[in-house]
Design a protein around this ligand. Sequence first.
Ligand SMILES: O=C(O)CCC(=O)C(=O)O
Length: 261
Amino acid sequence: MTAIDQMNWLSEQLDECGYVVLPDSVDRDLLGRLNGRIDELFAAEGEAAGSEFKQEPGSRRLANLVNKGDVFARVVTNARVLPFVAHVLGDYKLSSLNVRSVDPCSDVRQPLHADMGAIPDEQGFWVCNVVWMLQDITLKNGPLRVIPGTHLRKQLPQDVLTDPLADHPDQVMVTGRAGTIVVMNAHLWHGGLENQSPSPRTALHAFYCRRDKPQQQYQKVLVAEEVQSRLTPELRNLLALDDPKNDRISRCVKTTSGFMK
Ligand SMILES: O=C(O)CCC(=O)C(=O)O
C-alpha cells in the first residue's frame, strides 16, 4: 500500500468510526524524554498538579504543558498526526496539552462524554483529541472506551443514556503499546476506564479545536512570555498567539471539560 493509500484508508476509518489507532508512532528516545519530564513535573507540582485545568478523582493530571518543557513542542507539532487533525477540523489550532495518569488500583471510571461537551455545529466537527500512550495501555490498566460512530449523532451521552458510566453494547476498548497514538474525533463518546493494575497508567492528550472556536486553555495567557519568545512561527500559529480573533473568543471563556465540574 502506498503512503497515500494508507492515509486515505486511515482517514476513512476516522470518518466512519470516529478514531484511528497509529501504532509505533513515537520513538524510544522521545518516549523516554516525555516520561522523564512528566515524572519531574508531578514531583514538582505535588497537590497542585492539574489545577490550571481540572483535578480528577482517581487520576493525577498535568495541564498547560507547552509552558513546561521544550520537549512538548514535539508532541503538538507531530507530523504524522497533524494531517488527521486537519482532516477532522479543517483549519485548526491547539486547544490544550495535558497529561492524565490514572492511579494504580483505581476503581474510578470516566463517564462516556464528548470533550468540552461539544456537539458538531453547522460547519461540522470542531474538536479533535490525540491520545499519546506513554506506557502500554491494556484491558487491565484503564483502556480508552469508545462507542464507534457516535461522533455522527449530534447528541451527548449524558442526554440520551440512562447511565453514561455503565457498559455500553457497542463499546470498543482501545489498547496499544507505549508509543501508540490515537487520533479521535472528540465528539465521539468516549472515556477512560478503571486501572486494575499496580502501576499508574499515563497518557498525553493533545487537544485541538477548529480555528473559529475558543481554546480550552488560552495559550497566550497560560504560556509564559519568556517561553513564547522562543517559539517558532509554526508554533506561534498553532497556539494562535498572534490571532486577535482568538484573543476575543478565548480570553474570557471558562475552561470546560466534557464531564468534570
Ligand atoms: O485517558 C483517556 O484514556 C481518556 C481521557 C479522557 O477522555 C478525558 O480526560 O477527557
